[in-house]
Design a protein around this ligand. Structure first.
Ligand code: SF4
Length: 86
């Protein structure tokens, strides 16, 4: 299982508390909204977390004044197994 931090921009007010709690994970865009540091596309708002970041992410979820953050557990994508001789 992989922990995913989801940001709901429609609820967020862009003040950046979460970016202060997760400086290695989140950055702010030009308008102040939190985005995944160094990611693009869907991974900007659905951010796979390292185990080391889970506790801070949980704190950010708890403290977000707009309830714009959530943690989700997702199955890791199946790894492709290679058959011998291929
Ligand atoms: S703490 Fe919540 S409301 Fe504030 S910037 Fe982060 S997601 Fe948005």
């Amino acid at each position: 299982m992989t922990a995913i931090l989801h940001i709901d921009w429609t609820s967020c007010d862009g003040r950046g508390l979460c970016t202060e709690l997760l400086p290695g994970v989140l950055d702010r865009d030009d308008w102040g909204y939190p985005v995944a540091r160094g990611k693009s596309g869907r991974e900007r708002t659905d951010i796979p977390l390292r185990d080391a970041d889970r506790e801070a992410a949980q704190e950010a979820v708890s403290l977000c004044p707009k309830l714009a953050l959530s943690l989700q557990e997702r199955m890791e994508p199946a790894r492709e197994s290679r058959k011998p001789g291929r």
